[in-house]
Ligand binder design. Structure first.
Ligand code: MG
Length: 216
């Protein structure tokens, strides 16, 4: 029994953490409050060091993009929180015998900093970050690397689960790679095409409950 989880907006409230950090960041630079929207718009879907080249120019900042990136990594890791019940639920899944992995797109330093700061890191057998392994979801190789990092067997991939909120990278990607898929809807309806998830859940704690139910 092996389950892979997406990180951002599946296990942790990345958007909430980003908004909090952006507000504090613009206040620390004495920028107008609206500057927080510029930061959030730029970094809403994903954030990479190169984003801070354009943000530096847009906001008239003096630090190097590299220094701004490091400030972001430290600050956002401190600002993000797990959704309620996630830590306890994952711990219970481990006790029930599940092998657990993270399959996430992003730069290695920020994704690992968030996993460490939220207390998630120690709950996983394997952590697969696209920036580290060189292949992003929805690429098949990303899921295969994640399964291997958890000590899973690729020949049994149809028994492995992928849980995530992104219809394309998480659900279509994992489905193409041969995994079972669970979509965290966060209140949305599935309108994303024919590669429907095997299971739709409201949030990560419901996903964990469904997985627990498979072991009873
Ligand atoms: Mg996500």
């Amino acid at each position: 029994m092996l389950a892979l989880f997406d990180l951002d907006n599946t296990l942790i409230d990345r958007h909430g953490g980003l908004e909090l950090w952006a507000r504090n960041f613009v206040r620390s630079r004495h920028l107008p409050r609206e500057a927080a929207s510029v930061v959030c718009d730029q970094l809403w879907e994903r954030a990479y060091p190169t984003d801070f080249v354009s943000l530096k120019a847009a906001l008239g900042l003096h630090e190097s993009p590299d220094d701004l990136w490091h400030e972001y990594v430290t600050g956002v890791a401190r600002s993000v929180r797990c959704f309620p019940g996630v830590l306890e639920g994952l711990e219970a899944l481990r006790h029930a015998g599940w092998a657990l992995g993270v399959a996430t797109n992003g730069a290695g330093d920020i994704q690992r900093a968030k996993l460490a700061a939220t207390g998630l890191a120690s709950l996983f057998d394997g952590v697969c970050v696209s920036g580290d392994v060189g292949v992003r979801k929805p690429g098949r190789g990303h899921f295969e690397a994640a399964i291997a990092l958890c000590g899973g067997d690729l020949r049994h991939r149809t028994g492995h689960w992928m849980v995530g909120d992104n219809p394309e990278t998480d659900i279509a990607g994992a489905s193409t790679a041969g995994l079972r898929t669970m979509w965290v809807s966060n209140g949305r309806r599935w309108t994303y095409g024919p590669r429907e998830p095997h299971t739709v859940v409201r949030d990560a704690t419901e996903a964990i409950d469904v997985l627990q139910g498979l072991t009873r």
